[in-house]
Structure formats: structure tokens, C-alpha cells
Design a binder for this molecule. Structure first.
Ligand SMILES: Nc1nc2c(ncn2[C@@H]2O[C@H](COP(=O)(O)OP(=O)(O)OP(=O)(O)O)[C@@H](O)[C@H]2O)c(=O)[nH]1
Ligand SMILES: [Mg+2]
Length: 278
């Protein structure tokens, strides 16, 4: 398997050439609704008379619910990466994700036409292709500079069991460790869970003891000692966050997403940390 050496200290010019309002990078596990969320957020912003645009950063996206304003597929073709590097579709996705960094100038040239817009970046289906590649933090900086924010999408149905919630929470922490940027925890597909389930998730976020109790009753004490300290650390560390439920299909929850974006992009307080519920 070919591994690209990504050692580019200053991809692109290092300075934004235009006045972006803010860049929201939407990531999360496959199928959590990233592309649908990008589309709905874009429509929501435009309905409110804001200028916004979507950039597709997924070279392997076959189907998309929107027509992107800028599309990395116009620059990098998965088929030619497969041919050039003799790779199958999965290996080619990894190489293509790394190659984006080489094309930052082209992307920035196109972004320069979108002065004063909110830019929503849709990222590759598999979370690891964006969040865990060596070049991605450089890419975020090159495309959005100080105006970059990460939006982590969790799946409400998965998060409605204690173990599912914990696993998404740990993934969220893991993504944060890579980017160290302002970050939102969005619970998408909230239309697929009951109000009671949503309330449990919000309560677990506030009270790790409750989360631990629910987790133990789900797993019948088998895993008790492994996770107690981790769950406690959610509370003690900065990983206690506010959760933003959305339904991208029903257009629900976007006002709160916008409020957080404007807080960050328009000079809200404490923008280099996660969001805590106060
Ligand atoms: N019920 C419900 N379905 C949703 C929601 N958001 C997305 N979906 C559905 O979830 C499926 C996957 O949505 P996508 O937007 O393609 O998800 P994605 O994360 O971009 O998927 P990949 O890029 O392939 O990983 C589609 O069938 C969407 O219609 C939501 O809020 N509620
Ligand atoms: Mg997608």
C-alpha cells in the first residue's frame, strides 16, 4: 500500500485571500447524515438571507443531496488515482484524501469568489479519511485559517444506548485531539428517536454518574472497571460539551447551529475551547 509522505509545513499561501465569514467542516462516522446536514444548513442560512456555499471535499462521493459550489472531484478523480497508483477503491480514497493538500491553491482560488460567505465543507464518508489523516489539520488551516470550526455529527439512534453514546463521545474527543479547533457535537437524525431518548442523552452529558449507572445496567457489570475513569474524565476534562440535536431531513435545530457559528466567527468569547453548557 502506498503511503504518501505528508510533510508540508505551509500548504497554500498560509493566508486567506478573501474574507470568509467562517468555515464549518462537517465530519463524523459514515452515514450519520453529513451531506444531508450540509445541504440543510446551507438552505437554512440562505433562507435567512445569509450568503453561504458548500464545498465538497470528498473525492469519492458518488451521490450527493446537493450540487456543490466547489467540488474537489473536479480537481481529483478517484479513477485516475486508482490507475496512477494501482490501487483499489479504498486505498485510492486514502491517497486522494491526502492529495487534496497539494491542490489547496486551486481550492483557495475558487473560494476567493465567495467573499463574505459562510462556507460549509462536506468531508469524506469515512471519518478517518478526514479526521485522522496527517494533512487534515493543515488543510483546515489552509482553507479557513482562524475561521475554521469542526462540526462532529453523531447518529442519534446509535447514541441512544449508553455504550453507543460513550463510543461517539470518545470519537468526538479523538477528533478534537487532531484539530484543536472550536467544535460542535451535533446529534443528527434526532427525528428517529423519542423525546424520552433525547432527554436521556442530554442527561448523560450533564451527569456522568447517571451515564455510568445506565452503562453498567446495559452491560451487566462486565466492563465496569475499564470505563469508570473514562466516563468520569468526561466531566473533569473539557470534553463536557453542549449537545445540539438536529434533524437534517426535517430542518430542525439549525438556528442553534447558526448561533454557535456566529458566536465563533463573529468574535464570541473563548473561541479556542469546546462549548460548555453554562
Ligand atoms: N431520518 C433522518 N435521516 C437522515 C437525516 N440526515 C440524513 N439522513 C439520511 O441518512 C442517509 C445518509 O445520509 P448522508 O447525508 O448521505 O450521510 P453521510 O454522512 O454524508 O454519508 P457518507 O458520506 O456516505 O458517509 C440518507 O438516507 C439520508 O436521507 C436526518 O436528520 N434524519
Ligand atoms: Mg456524505
Amino acid at each position: 500500500m502506498i503511503r504518501l509522505e505528508v510533510n508540508r509545513k505551509n500548504p497554500g499561501s498560509g493566508r486567506l485571500r478573501f474574507n470568509m465569514r467562517g468555515g464549518l467542516f462537517v465530519t463524523g462516522p459514515a452515514g450519520t447524515g453529513k451531506s444531508t446536514f450540509c445541504n440543510s444548513l446551507n438552505s437554512w442560512l440562505q433562507n435567512q438571507q445569509f450568503e453561504s456555499a458548500i464545498v465538497n471535499l470528498d473525492p469519492g462521493a458518488e451521490y450527493s443531496p446537493y450540487t456543490p459550489d466547489i467540488d474537489v472531484k473536479d480537481i481529483i478523480s478517484l479513477e485516475s488515482v486508482m490507475r496512477e497508483y494501482s490501487l483499489g477503491p479504498n486505498g485510492a480514497q486514502v491517497v486522494a484524501a491526502d492529495l487534496i493538500l497539494d491542490h489547496v491553491d486551486e481550492l483557495n482560488n475558487q473560494l476567493a469568489d465567495l467573499d463574505d460567505h459562510y462556507i460549509i465543507f462536506d468531508t469524506p464518508g469515512q471519518v478517518e479519511l478526514f479526521s485522522f489523516r496527517q494533512g487534515s489539520p493543515l488543510l483546515v488551516d489552509a482553507l479557513a485559517g482562524e475561521k475554521g470550526m469542526i462540526c462532529f455529527l453523531a447518529d442519534s439512534v446509535v447514541a441512544s444506548s449508553p455504550s453507543g453514546f460513550i463510543s461517539q463521545k470518545m470519537l468526538f474527543g479523538s477528533v478534537f485531539s487532531r484539530f484543536f479547533k472550536p467544535m460542535l457535537f451535533v446529534l443528527n437524525k434526532s427525528d428517529l428517536i423519542t423525546e424520552e431518548q433525547l432527554k436521556s442523552i442530554l442527561d448523560w452529558e450533564k451527569d456522568p454518574d447517571l451515564l455510568y449507572e445506565s452503562f453498567i445496567s446495559e452491560k451487566q457489570k462486565v466492563v465496569k472497571d475499564y470505563f469508570l475513569e473514562i466516563i468520569k474524565s468526561f466531566k473533569e476534562s473539557d470534553l463536557m460539551t453542549r449537545i445540539f440535536p438536529t434533524s437534517s431531513t426535517n430542518m430542525e435545530g439549525f438556528e442553534d447551529i447558526y448561533s454557535q457559528m456566529s458566536l465563533t466567527f463573529m468574535g464570541g468569547e473563548d473561541t479556542d475551547t469546546l462549548y460548555k453548557d453554562d
